[in-house]
Design a protein around this ligand. Sequence first.
Ligand code: HEM
Length: 295
Amino acid sequence: MDPFQWAIDPWGKIVPIHIAWYLIWVTTIAGLLFVIVHAIFVRYFAKPRQFAPDDPPVDPAKIPAHVPRHSLVARTFHWVMAASMFTLLFTAFLPKVGFQFDWVTYHWIAGAVLTASVVFHIFHATFFMDFWSIWPDKIDLRDGWRRTERFMGKPAPPPERFAKYPPENKLYHMAIIAAGFSVIVTGVFMMSRVRTIFFPRNPYLFGDLTWGMMYVLHGLAGVGLIALIMMHVYFGLQPEKREITKSMIFGWMDRDFDLKEHDPTRWRVETSVVETSTPPGRSQGARTEGLTDAG
Ligand code: HEM
């Protein structure tokens, strides 16, 4: 089955024009399968999570009852992006599976909102947030290996507790960057094929082959996002991740959850656990962001 749709250009060359729309179902079913298999694994097979003991031991009295995690600005960005992402997915794919409506205008407007919010996020994350907190560090790589070995039943020390983000969230963020940038960059160019308020329509900006490849990349990243968003919503609704989801609404999480999952030497509460130096190789993420509204 051909994953692309093809056409013949005015010079007789065969060029790609779109992805084949059955790929919508391929990634939807892949996302559903992932969710089902993961849910069965967690329910029946997964062992309780184990972490290495704290070094130095954490004094719970030094952790505030509400640990700030996401500032108002960061939460607003997240929900604006979520709304535009869902609008983009529904406007793009509903017409392709039989629900016809005039989708293009809603689609490019949501695309412009997503583009603006992502540009803002990059600026905000670079200058006002702890930029490195979302990228895997050496401990994540080492612990990723240890967790894999333990999963295979081999002897390995338990991993350390997490910094601000568990490594799974960091990997997910990288996948969203790849898919998100692909739809945004191609989408901005594709806006010149339709009428928008941003620039005059110019379908001759590129040749047919380049346009075709752009539509194909836009479509591939778009269907990839179906599965990625399904996984994201599924994990956000999981009981063990609910504290993290709650923090994306209210900005903070409970001390008990923080003590269970997070390592204050990798992600510090500046209000109490004041440290002037960070051990080598550790994230310098500080938890003042929610308090100061800076990230
Ligand atoms: C979740 C993100 C997105 C998804 C799933 C998505 C999906 C799609 C799909 C499937 C198409 C039809 C492509 C084709 O006919 O081969 C499309 C077209 C289009 N998209 Fe997106 N897109 C997304 C983000 C964006 C963004 C961020 C922009 C703008 C910055 C954008 C602008 C456009 C435009 C202008 C078209 C062309 C309409 C046309 O030529 O008729 N999209 N999109």
